[in-house]
Structure formats: structure tokens, C-alpha cells
Design a protein around this ligand. Structure first.
Ligand code: FE2
Ligand code: FE2
Length: 297
């Protein structure tokens, strides 16, 4: 990443060397809003020049994500349209590969790159809470309450995943595998952070959440069965078993209540709800494609 702070008007100009570079920079800037870094001053979270860099990177990223999206015709009630939209999306499934074909090393690699999301699961959606009106806010909090363990630290989903990693002999520290993940993982995480951190993108954030929940229960069952097949520890299997049941409920809650009541109050956000859903599905396809190609699967 080349920066030039001497450019006119004092505007910091940035020029990523390539897309990986832009995504690494964005991920790093977003992390200042989550856990930060041991050797980085916390006050940089709101440093104007860094926010300026972040904004420039986000504009390129958001434009690219929107260019990929083809808005659907919505003619039926929202929830029906949404579930149809998700069901009709056709992409390659990592969970199906784990279920039947993956070997233990491939699964360990997959678990390690999934840490970037699963160890902060639900955090990007937490930014949304103060940005919603009463009905979607209450529904989102009902969903988040489960994600954060319903008052029990041992049931907090990100913590369940960390315990599963430890039982597998993998590292459970936040960000431990960041240097090993493909660019597609950074894009997935950056999209969630960008949607969550911009109030104007609340429709996209909740559409992303709804699509994520609506595509979790069955793949979690496949992951669980694949982990059983390969003899993985019970602690990791428990993480996926938890999501088989929880996300069967969460998908209804996220689509019908969170997004449904959001759109009752703000129907103009419908396009962004589908944009967020598409982005969730499309980025998972790209990630799955990169992993499967890497394995020549
Ligand atoms: Fe979860
Ligand atoms: Fe969930």
C-alpha cells in the first residue's frame, strides 16, 4: 500500500498494490473497532487520516459489491420472496464437501480460516442494534441473545468455536490465522464490518444476516456429520450441532421479524436487504470456490 500525505488539499491519497492489499488494509482498519492490536495505540480508532483511508477503500469495495448484484423482481410477500431468493441461489458447498469427501487436514485448514469470522461471530451485527426502530431492534436482540450465549459465557457461540479449536489442537487466539487466509475470507469479513458500521447500510447488514442464518442450519448438519465421519473432537462437533437447531429458529426470526419489520417501517430499504443477502451468498461462493480449487476438489 502506497500512501501520499503530501498531495494537494491535505487529502491522503492511497493506492493499493492489488486487491489483497486493499482487503488486508480494510480488515486491519476495521479491527481497530473490534479488539484492536497489542502494539497499536487504541486512539487510532478515530484518527481522521485513517478514517479517510478507510472511506476510500470502502468506496471501491462497495462499488464492486454493488456491481455484482442484479436486483430481483419482488412480487410476492417479502419473506416468501426472500426465502425463494436464497433457495434459488446455486453455489458450491464446503459443508457438502466436508460431509462426504474432505480429509482431516482439509477440514483443519477450513476450521483455521473460518476462525476469522467465527471468533467474532455476531459482533458485526451488534453495531446495528442502536440503529433500528423498536420492532426490528427487539427481534435482533432476541437473536443476538442466543448468539452471545443467553447469559452463559460457555454457550457464547464464538467461545464454543474457540473451545472446539483447542480440542482440535488448533489456535484459538483471535486473529491467529490472519496471515494464512485467502483474500475471499477478508472480503467476507470486511463486507460484514462495512455494512454494520454504516447506518445507511443497515438494510444490507440485516439482509446479510438473514441470508447467513437462512443458509446455516443444513450446512451445519453436514459439517457435524463430516466431523463425526473423520473422528473430530466432540467440542467442535457441538459448535455445529448448536447451529443446526439455533439457526433453524434464527432464520425465521431474521427474515420474518428482523427484516420484515424493518421493511414495514422502511420499505425503501428492500433493495439493500436483497443486496446484503446477495453479497453474503456470493462471497461464500467465492470463498468456497477458492478453497475447493486449492484442494483440486
Ligand atoms: Fe451462531
Ligand atoms: Fe444464528
Amino acid at each position: 500500500m502506497r500512501t501520499d500525505s503530501s498531495s494537494f488539499d491535505g487529502v491522503l491519497s492511497i493506492e493499493p498494490d492489488h486487491d489483497d492489499d486493499a482487503q488486508i488494509a480494510l480488515w486491519t482498519l476495521y479491527e481497530l473497532h473490534y479488539r484492536g492490536f497489542d502494539d497499536i495505540d487504541d486512539s487510532l480508532e478515530w484518527q481522521p487520516e485513517l478514517l479517510q483511508v478507510r472511506r476510500a477503500l470502502e468506496q471501491v469495495f462497495e462499488t464492486r459489491l454493488r456491481e455484482r448484484f442484479d436486483p430481483p423482481d419482488v412480487t410476492t410477500p417479502f419473506a416468501d420472496s426472500f426465502f425463494d431468493y436464497v433457495a434459488n441461489h446455486d453455489g458450491r458447498s464446503l459443508a457438502a464437501f466436508v460431509h462426504r469427501d474432505a480429509d482431516a487436514d482439509q477440514v483443519r485448514e477450513l476450521l483455521s480460516v473460518r476462525t476469522i469470522y467465527h471468533l467474532k461471530e455476531s459482533d458485526p451485527s451488534a453495531w446495528l442494534v442502536p440503529r433500528l426502530s423498536v420492532a426490528p431492534q427487539a427481534a435482533l436482540m432476541e437473536l443476538q441473545y442466543d448468539e452471545y450465549g443467553a447469559g452463559d459465557p460457555n454457550a457464547l457461540h464464538a467461545h464454543l468455536f474457540a473451545r472446539g479449536l483447542e480440542a482440535c489442537g488448533l489456535r484459538s487466539e483471535y486473529g491467529a490465522y490472519i496471515d494464512d487466509v485467502p483474500c475471499e475470507v477478508l472480503e467476507q469479513n470486511n463486507a460484514m464490518s462495512m455494512f454494520g458500521l454504516h447506518r445507511r447500510l443497515r438494510g444490507a447488514a440485516l439482509g446479510h444476516l438473514a441470508a447467513f442464518e437462512a443458509t446455516s442450519s443444513l450446512p451445519s448438519r453436514r459439517m457435524s456429520q463430516g466431523l463425526h465421519r473423520l473422528g473430530f473432537p466432540e467440542e467442535m462437533i457441538r459448535y455445529y450441532d448448536e447451529h443446526v437447531e439455533a439457526d433453524a429458529v434464527h432464520e425465521q426470526l431474521a427474515v420474518r421479524v428482523v427484516c420484515g419489520t424493518l421493511l414495514d417501517a422502511e420499505p425503501a430499504l428492500a433493495g439493500d436487504v436483497f443486496f446484503g443477502a446477495f453479497t453474503c451468498l456470493d462471497l461464500e461462493d467465492r470463498f468456497a470456490g477458492a478453497m475447493l480449487e486449492g484442494w483440486a476438489a
